[in-house]
Design a protein around this ligand. Structure first.
Ligand code: FMN
Length: 304
């Protein structure tokens, strides 16, 4: 039986539901020759900011027994460099490209959305309003008014579908998804990393140069699954799940919980082919549920 892997999230159409997450896939060049980009549902390159940023002091990553902790601090060369050097390469790869931007303020978000909105060839824009490692990151996505205002401002100036990347650090995720919807977002990404820290007691100091960071990897999957479940129950916007997804079983869990697509993040670091393997395994897993499309699987657990 042939299985239709395509999905639609509002105006955004993807050939399959498996994307690679921002900050874990560089600007794709880094993975050239390792995987076939055209097989992916889409690529979300590293967040870009208005001006270049040197990021946080090292060490910026540390492995803990229960996940990866990072505090990169949005190290990047700025939006102009991205548009000139990375975008022409990315938009020729034959897979949907979702640019990811972060502003320090609402007005900076809007200026960047306008600039990126003028560039041809993108599939969508993800708004990183939830980075835990910078000022003006997580704080935007913990406030529904800021979230709505930023998205509404970007909506006015950017013709592409907009995806709001939210933080897990809220008491009611539904309120934030509703704010994203009111602002005019096409979908939400749930979610960014969980604020956390690691400490070396012998040196009596935190391990990360910045003190604190964001936890990612399989440890956060059950917590993200709960958020996706709650957001799907509220039935507000299409959801892209991101958090600890590493196997076909993880992907299927998120799809039946109500996600329309997923992003593979930390798993790419320890297996750069993880996303491709999962895509290869999708048709069979969907068949096991007696479905012939990804669409037939999305939210299945809510219909039982
Ligand atoms: C080293 C590292 C860098 C990241 N950089 C970004 C980033 O620049 N922008 C962003 O939106 N998310 C960034 N993230 C968050 C991931 O996109 C993802 O939301 C998070 O890691 C949870 O998914 P995972 O558990 O599959 O990694 C980063 C994560 C890691 C581990």
């Amino acid at each position: 039986m042939s299985v239709d892997l395509s999905v639609s999230l509002g105006r955004l159409r993807l050939p399959n539901p498996v994307l690679v997450a921002s900050g874990t896939f560089g600007y794709a060049r880094e993975l050239e020759g390792v995987i076939d980009f055209t097989k992916l549902g889409g690529i979300i390159p590293k967040t870009v900011t208005a001006a270049p940023r040197i990021g946080n002091p090292p060490p910026r990553t540390v492995e803990t027994p229960s996940g990866l902790l990072n505090s990169i601090g949005l190290d990047n060369d700025g939006i102009d460099y991205f548009i000139e050097h990375h975008l022409p390469y990315l938009t020729e790869l034959g897979t949907p490209i979702i640019a990811n931007i972060a502003g320090k303020s609402k007005s900076e978000f809007i200026e960047m959305a306008s600039k990126i909105g003028e560039q041809p060839g993108l599939a969508a824009v993800e708004l990183n309003i939830s980075c835990p490692n910078v000022a003006g990151g997580i704080d935007f996505a913990t406030n529904p008014f800021d979230t709505e205002e930023i998205i509404a401002g970007c909506r006015k100036v950017c013709p592409y579908p907009l995806i709001a990347k939210l933080t897990p650090m809220v008491s009611k995720i539904e309120i934030m998804v509703e704010a994203a919807q009111s602002g005019g977002a096409d979908a939400v990404s749930l979610c960014n990393t969980f604020p956390a820290m690691a400490l070396n007691w012998r040196r009596a100091k935190p391990i990360l140069g910045n003190g604190m960071g964001g936890l990612s990897g399989p440890a956060i999957k059950p917590m993200v699954l709960r958020l996706v479940w709650l957001a799907a129950q509220a039935n507000l916007l299409p959801i892209i799940a991101v958090g600890g997804i590493a196997t076909i079983d993880d992907v299927m869990e998120f799809l039946v919980a109500g996600a329309s697509a997923v992003q593979i993040g930390t798993a790419t670091f320890y297996d750069p082919t993880a996303s491709i393997k999962i895509i290869h395994e999708l048709p069979q897993a969907i068949g096991l549920l007696n479905q012939s499309s990804v669409r037939g699987v999305i939210g299945l657990a809510h219909r039982k």
